[in-house]
Design a protein around this ligand. Structure first.
Ligand code: C2O
Ligand code: CU
Length: 465
């Protein structure tokens, strides 16, 4: 995929068809044939997709599809997935974003799978781990590109006893962000993309632009929203339907929370129950959000319709109510250790052009350097301080955390509810305080999930002993 000239004309937005029936993601078949085991194969390889009506786009795909197949397993299951890297000339890995897997099974950049090689990832899904996770590559220096070219999929861990009524269904909506050149190809990242993160021209849902869903009046639907874009912030609202937040990255909340809008920074997920009580058309669309932008050309991000729902006049079958309590979330106790991570950007012109640095505590990522040493089982307070001019979504591997405080412009706010998260936006000028506990030994990554920033060094290594 080299050789696209940077001046290539972008494909006319109108050339991307809209309004097809929403495609449910294909599920990854379990080949185990025995209870308690999920066994399958995922092959990453070049493929082609038809986004525009009349031209092919070379992409990277898992098992031929992008987004990759939906993995559905249950709490308590053992998972064994053979990964085949068939990307020519490039290392890859599978990182199980947000999942409590052992460090040596987490597909981090220190543990690459060579082009042409296979490896098995094996791990247990502990009780209580039900949630909306995802998987994507994480090779050193190539993560951003492999993801925007198509490698990302959803991994839903289901609860054995689920408090959410089955009548609501369970639908994954995975948002990705596509840029196409006039010939249908995906252009390489520019300098601007590296600075700001790659923001495409079309936000897709399960690979489709503004697909349509049909529901009966009175229907309630469980929707799992994934921001799988490299760098686009999605501030979202439904027009014509009512949203209730029931879960975040790491599973259900204690209680449902009604919401007029939601904010998903790159890599975040939310579980919603959406009530369609008015006949007609309901739409899920973006609202404006200024996340800080270097240089000219901040993309318009308001008013993009991502999903259109036709709500029939005839009411459907009566829906059971959502329970008032979903599951207990115990607050993590007093921390034994406090850490401070300061995010900064440096931009300087020199003789060879613009020199950029995306740093944590003054340092760019080094695969050979351990930045933090922690003890398994010990609760820690992490203070993430954003002193940069852009928002940076902070992500930590290996465990879920609880945000306890946000501070900006001298104002301190407590979050409105307790939740399990693995990614949290830290707005420019903001400090976010969170509690976490790593239970398993080994090396873990923490980084900005604007993947171009991760590539440019906004990442560190935590060693858990
Ligand atoms: Cu979703 Cu370190 O990644
Ligand atoms: Cu960033």
């Amino acid at each position: 995929h080299a050789g696209h000239d940077m001046g290539a004309m972008a494909l006319d937005a109108a050339a991307l068809p809209e309004g097809a029936a929403l495609r449910e993601l294909p599920t990854l078949a379990n080949e185990a044939g025995q209870p308690g085991l999920f066994k399958a194969k995922l092959t990453a390889a070049p493929a082609t997709a038809r986004f525009a009506a009349d031209r092919d786009t070379p992409i990277l795909a898992y098992n031929g599809t992008s987004p990759g197949p939906l993995i559905e397993a249950y709490e308590g299951d053992r998972v064994e997935i053979t990964f085949a890297n068939r990307i020519e000339g490039e290392q890859s890995t599978i990182h199980w974003h947000g999942m409590p897997v052992p460090a040596d099974q987490d597909g981090n950049p220190m543990d690459p799978v060579a082009a042409g090689a296979d490896r098995v990832y094996g791990f247990e899904l502990p009780e209580g781990s039900a949630g909306s996770y995802w998987y994507h590559p994480h090779p050193h220096g190539k993560t951003a590109e492999q993801v925007y070219r198509g490698l990302a999929g959803a991994f839903v861990v289901k609860a054995k006893a689920d408090p959410v009524p089955a009548a609501y269904g369970d639908t994954v909506l995975m948002f990705t962000d596509l840029r196409l050149a006039a010939d249908g190809s995906m252009p390489d990242n520019t300098m601007n993309d590296l600075m700001n993160g790659r923001v495409g021209d079309h936000v897709l849902v399960n690979g489709q632009k503004n697909p349509r869903l049909t529901v009966a009046m009175g229907a309630k639907r469980r929707l799992r929203l994934y921001n799988a874009t490299n760098a686009r912030f999605l501030r979202l609202a439904f027009d014509g339907a009512a949203m209730t937040i029931i879960g975040t990255d790491g599973g259900l909340l204690g209680k449902p929370v009604a919401a007029d809008e939601i904010m998903l920074s790159p890599a975040e997920r939310v579980e919603l129950v959406v009530a369609f009580d008015r006949a007609g058309t309901a739409t899920l669309a973006t609202l404006d959000y200024d996340r800080g932008w270097m240089g000219p050309g901040r993309p318009a991000d308001a008013g993009l319709t991502l999903l259109t729902v036709d709500v029939s006049k005839t009411p459907g079958e009566a829906m059971p109510p959502l329970p008032e309590r979903l599951r207990p979330i115990a607050p993590l106790g007093a921390p034994a250790v406090s850490r401070r991570l300061v995010f900064t950007e440096t931009m300087a012109m020199n003789a060879t052009g613009m020199e950029m640095g995306f740093l944590i505590n003054g340092k760019a990522f080094d695969m050979e350097r351990v930045d933090i040493v922690a003890r398994a089982g010990e609760t820690e307070l992490w203070e993430i301080v954003n002193q940069a001019d852009m928002d940076h979504p902070f992500h930590l591997h290996g465990t879920q955390f609880q945000v306890i405080e946000r501070e900006r412009g001298g104002k301190v706010a407590k979050p409105p509810y307790l939740a399990w998260k693995d990614t949290v936006n830290v707005a420019r000028g903001e400090t976010v305080r969170l509690l976490l506990r790593q239970e398993r030994p080994g090396q873990r990554m923490y980084h900005c999930h604007i993947l171009e920033h991760e590539q440019l060094g906004m990442m560190g290594i935590l060693d858990v002993e």
